[in-house]
Design a protein around this ligand. Sequence first.
Ligand code: FMN
Length: 322
Amino acid sequence: MTGWHDRLGVRLPLVQAPIGSACTTALVAAVSSAGGLGVLAASWTTAAELSRQIEAVRAATPHPFGVNLVLEWPQHERLALALAHGVPVISTFWGDPAPCRRAIEDAGATHFHTVGSVAEARAAADVGVDVIVAQGWEAGGHVRGTTSTLALVPAVADALPATPVLAAGGITDARGVRAALALGAQGVWVGTAFLLAAEAATHPVHRDRLSSATAEDTVHTEVFSDGWPAAPHRALRNDTWRRWEAAGRPAPGARPGEHDVVARHPERGPVLRYADVTPVTGHVGTVEDMALYAGQGVGLLSGTRPAAAVVAELARGLHRQE
Ligand SMILES: Cc1cc2nc3c(=O)[nH]c(=O)nc-3n(C[C@H](O)[C@H](O)[C@H](O)COP(=O)(O)O)c2cc1C
């Protein structure tokens, strides 16, 4: 039986999840060149910048890659642009994939949609989504549901026997890949492990915390809500989180230090304390107080490696026990 990745011309069923602005064209190209599928995080990108990014990935690798769009915001223009460029994979998250479906299908692209529950998976499959990403709540970044990867993936696979399902959340090494396949997944979707790839734009302060953190250092919270309200996410505990918790998790308007500019970036501008912004190279200030997104698998990671080494480690899990 041919897998979803064979049909796309991707050698390995391993996907580098979009990791917000830490995602660079070099990362996407390195993952695709190493045999996985790299995915650009394009939800906030201008049209000119998205065109430049797509062309940069194309110049760096002949292999397929994807563009991810978070449906919390209108994405019609970015979607049309990515499809006009012939991007073969469009990934959507956080919303109803139905309005995007027709354009993706008409362009002959493959539609991935990330879900956090069986009900959401069924709804996505009903509108024709090609590949379902089942994201467990161990995941880093924004977390759609409240079910663990271990319970969610087999339930989604059982509910949708005709649709490829990828496992996301807490997978960082070959053991996680083996476990995901045993649960019925046909591949994995990995974010946090790629935050530590050399090609990612992850800020050094974030890298250091990721390198030394344990699973217990992460928290499922709504603290970093400026820019993306009422959207639970998983990040490392830091002073911003501690102050908000100590104050009883107050609503916007009553949060401690909410007008503090904790960091600045020469092109991206100032960052307020409760912004949903992930720190990247170039941010200066108290970067430690920003949203240091991380999944529970962080405890299995120990430092920066080339993206190809991350892919090689995950690929070991595709074979039977070594
Ligand atoms: C820093 C960061 C940023 C993320 N940004 C996006 C995004 O822009 N779009 C999206 O669909 N998912 C995003 N995610 C979620 C990932 O797609 C994925 O579901 C998650 O990282 C999987 O769990 P893991 O981190 O345990 O591997 C992000 C995750 C992280 C850690």
